[in-house]
Design a protein around this ligand. Sequence first.
Ligand SMILES: CC(C)(COP(=O)(O)OP(=O)(O)OC[C@H]1O[C@@H](n2cnc3c(N)ncnc32)[C@H](O)[C@@H]1OP(=O)(O)O)[C@@H](O)C(=O)NCCC(=O)NCCS
Length: 127
Amino acid sequence: MVTEVTNLKDIEPILQKYFKGYILSNDPFEKVLIYTKEKIIAVISYSIIYERGEINYIITLPNYRKKGIASKLLEYALNDMKNCENISLEVSKDNKEAINLYSKYGFKIKTDRKKYYDGKDAYLMVR
Ligand SMILES: CC(C)(COP(=O)(O)OP(=O)(O)OC[C@H]1O[C@@H](n2cnc3c(N)ncnc32)[C@H](O)[C@@H]1OP(=O)(O)O)[C@@H](O)C(=O)NCCC(=O)NCCS
């Protein structure tokens, strides 16, 4: 089941475990959707900033990967952003799983983002 998170504290333990050093954002444009099956097993965060969409992060818990769950959440988010002129995101250059996922949904590498994540290079992808 896909639902919107109203209290970000519900997903804080997942974010802190899998995105080391993550601090909850206070982005007023942010929306967070979760996929639950008795417990939270995947999360997507995105922001709709007027005509622009941004995907902040997506994660599926390790035991539930490769089952189409991130795709499902991304489809919900993209549908919510359907009126955006463009949607962008940054992804680490070595994250082939995520690059494949985003490419599958029409995102294209636009440029490099040098030292974007803790000194690691990223791509800017745009749809
Ligand atoms: C990236 C991630 C969210 C994918 O979640 P998932 O639920 O396994 O994704 P799906 O099952 O919906 O897969 C969708 C597509 O992603 C790509 N993909 C997913 N896992 C992959 C893997 N191990 N190797 C290569 N491509 C992969 C494929 O294109 C796949 O489509 P396909 O099944 O038709 O080949 C997951 O690997 C994850 O949580 N990674 C850690 C967090 C992260 O790095 N997030 C992205 C940056 S914020």
